[in-house]
Structure formats: structure tokens, C-alpha cells
Design a protein around this ligand. Structure first.
Ligand code: NI
Length: 393
């Protein structure tokens, strides 16, 4: 089956490049993927898939009904949203929309999802079981997977696969990861409430700015002395707001940040840990505080069996040199983790690194991919999917 999948992908390649360039030049922000999802729905239905539109607000679901007897339903997920970034790649197919750019490769994810759907739809008579393609909106805002799941896309799903582009792996290769792939990411907002006063008479006021600075310093110091160094925690305060004038003591400061962790026990304990530190600093100075610790997405914990499915499929397709096993997880986050609360799954990294050209990180205004990676992604995904019913018991 692999040679057949490779042939089909090679034949489809010009069409896939065309799809990718269309998507790249027409990016849409999270939750506003109306044209993208209409375009995706068009390609899916012309490839013979049964589609459902406006699933998860602006998402699309396509399903291949196979002839085979295996009741296990495989899902394949692709995200479709772009970022509020002004593109500076100079590519001929650069974004036509000022201030919006596919800088995280979700245009590649959508293209690979469509290519995989076209090939597997063509091979439906040889598929042992059914496949459901989830084209989700709003991954960047960590909302889309939740919306899709609320609309029932995980009903009857036995396993789910996905991929994310990776500029530090060369195009033509893929990377798999056993265990944790990405971190749990939570949002933190701390308001320190003091009392205003004259800048010359600090003893008559409660200085919220100074207390906030102690809170930031203590949180960073406490991580190094209270958290197990083998279970990483990263806490970044990315925004501070407070104060009215240089000679007026601020009565209120708002700190906003992100908290990343990999270990479920660590994640569970973090809200209370933050509160204890903030409380211990505010108390002696008579300041009050308000903490809003909002759970974001959990860790993407890849299923061993499904990572192996991808690794073996990729090795057969690209040889041992075309597959890396990632030794470390990332502290980035992915709302793919929410699907994993409903079925086992695995996400792999698709190398998109360009040869002889600079490679910029994800979310960079000059981020660009080697488009040959699209065929690599399609073949790997289609072949892994095909093997799912044979390899996984
Ligand atoms: Ni992304």
C-alpha cells in the first residue's frame, strides 16, 4: 500500500501546493475561519467525503465511510487559524491580508489534512475502518478543540492523530515523541491592592508597585527552591499595569502571565502554591490581593502505541534517517491535548526546515516552510492511518 500512497501523493503534489498557497495567502484569525472552512468543505466534498459544516463554530468535519468490518473509528485533526502578525517573508504567495499571517504553519496542517483525506478517500475500498477528519478553528487561542468536542466530534473515536510543523527539523523528515510532547499552559492574573498616597510619605500608604515587584521576584525564586527540578515549571509575567503618576504611590497593580508545567501532580498543585506566595508577601504590608488562576490546556501525552505506529510508518516511508525520536518535550502548548481526554492519540512533528535558506521560528514574521514537506506529511499521515487497524490491537 505504501508505494500506492506515495504515487498518489506525488500526483497530487501540484494540487497540494496550490491549496497551500491559497490558504497561506488568505489567512484568517482564530474563530473567524469562515472562508477557510468553506474552502476546506469544498475540497472535502469534491473528494467524496461526507461533510458537516459549522462544527465547533467555524470548524468542518469530513468522514470517510470504508467497506471494512473494523468498528474502530480513527480521527485525524488539523488546525486552520492564523496569527495577528504582519508577514515579512517576501514570498510570492505571502498573506494578502494586512496584519494576519500563517506564522505557525496551520496552513500546512490544513493542506496535509486535505491531502490525506483525498488519498484515503480514493483508497476507501481497502480501508478496514472509518476515518473522521477534524478541521478545527482557534487553536492559537486554545478554544477550538473545546468547541469541536462540545459539538460531539469525539463520539465513537477510538484514536486520534495530528501533526505540527517544526522548522528545526529539515523538510523530508519527521520527528516523533514518546510520552509528553507539550506542556500544560495556564493563565495567571494577580491583582495587588494597596493604598494610594504621596510619593514622599510611603509609611502612610501601601505601595502596590513595590509589593508587586516582590511578588514577581519571590515567585521566580520559590520555583527554584520548592519545585522538583526534574519536573519543570516556567512562570512568566508578561504584563504589568499600575500606577498613575511618578509621585503618587500606586494603589493597584495587575500582573498577567503564563504558567507552564509538564507533570500532572505539579500542575495540580500550582494554583495553591502561587496563592501562598502572594499571600505571604501581601500580609505584612497590609495589602490585599486577588488571584485568577485559569486552567488552560493540559499536557499533550502521546500514546506509546500510536507514536510507535507513526514511527514505524515513517521509517518504512523515509528510512531510518528520515525519522527522529525527540528526546525532550517542549514547554509550548497545544489544545490537541483536550481530544486526548476522550481517546488515546499522538501528535508528531513534521520537518519543514529549508535547505540553504534561513529558518525562522514559529510565530516569526519571516517564518516560511519548504513546501516539499507537504507530501512528506501526507504520505506519513495516510500510511500511518492505513496501518492503524493492522498494527494497533
Ligand atoms: Ni501552531
Amino acid at each position: 500500500m505504501l508505494p500506492r500512497i506515495k504515487d498518489l501523493a506525488a500526483t497530487l503534489s501540484p494540487r497540494l501546493i496550490e491549496i497551500h498557497r491559497h490558504l497561506h495567502s488568505h489567512p484568517e484569525l482564530s474563530g473567524q475561519e469562515h472562508q477557510t472552512s468553506a474552502y476546506v468543505a469544498g475540497v472535502l466534498s469534491s473528494s467524496g467525503l461526507h461533510i458537516r459544516e459549522t462544527v465547533g463554530k467555524t470548524g468542518v468535519v469530513g468522514e470517510i465511510t470504508a467497506q471494512g468490518p473494523d468498528p474502530r473509528l480513527l480521527a485525524i485533526r488539523a488546525d486552520m487559524d492564523a496569527l495577528p502578525i504582519q508577514e515579512a517573508t517576501g514570498l510570492e504567495y505571502a498573506s494578502r491580508r494586512p496584519g494576519i499571517m500563517h506564522a505557525c504553519g496551520h496552513d500546512v496542517h490544513t493542506t496535509v489534512g486535505l491531502g490525506t483525506a483525498m488519498i484515503l478517500s480514493h483508497l476507501r475500498d481497502s480501508l478496514p475502518g472509518n476515518i473522521r477528519f477534524l478541521f478545527q478553528p482557534a487553536e492559537e487561542t486554545a478554544q477550538g478543540a473545546r468547541w469541536m468536542i462540545q459539538d460531539g466530534v469525539m463520539e465513537n473515536v477510538s484514536a486520534i492523530l495530528s501533526l505540527h510543523v517544526f522548522p528545526s527539523v529539515p523538510a523530508g523528515s519527521v520527528a516523533v515523541r514518546y510520552g509528553a510532547l507539550t506542556a500544560a499552559a495556564d493563565n495567571l492574573e494577580i491583582t495587588i491592592i494597596g493604598e494610594s498616597g504621596h510619593g514622599a510619605r510611603p509609611h502612610e500608604a501601601i505601595d502596590a508597585i513595590w509589593i508587586a515587584s516582590q511578588v514577581i521576584t519571590s515567585l521566580q525564586q520559590a520555583i527554584s527552591r520548592t519545585q522538583n527540578p526534574l519536573r519543570p515549571v516556567v512562570l512568566t509575567i508578561g504584563q504589568i499595569k499600575g500606577g498613575r503618576a511618578p509621585n503618587v504611590i500606586a494603589d493597584q497593580v495587575r500582573l498577567r502571565g503564563t504558567v507552564r508545567s509538564l507533570h500532572p501532580e505539579t500542575s495540580a498543585a500550582l494554583p495553591q502554591w502561587v496563592e501562598e506566595i502572594v499571600a505571604s508577601i501581601c500580609r505584612p504590608y497590609g495589602a490585599r490581593y486577588d488571584i485568577n488562576y485559569e486552567r488552560g490546556v493540559p499536557t499533550v501525552q502521546n500514546s506509546h502505541q500510536l507514536s510507535q505506529l507513526i514511527e514505524v510508518a515513517a521509517q518504512e516511508a523515509w528510512g531510518y534517517e528520515g525519522v527522529q525520536v525527540l528526546p525532550e518535550p517542549s514547554l509550548g502548548s497545544e489544545d490537541f491535548s483536550l481530544y486526548l481526554e476522550h481517546a488515546p492519540g499522538a501528535m508528531f512533528r513534521l520537518g519543514v526546515g529549508r535547505k540553504d535558506k534561513p529558518n525562522y521560528p514559529l510565530h516569526h514574521p519571516q517564518f516560511a516552510v519548504d513546501e516539499s514537506a507537504i507530501v512528506t506529511g501526507v504520505v506519513t499521515m495516510a500510511y500511518a492511518a492505513y496501518r492503524y487497524w493492522h498494527q494497533c490491537s
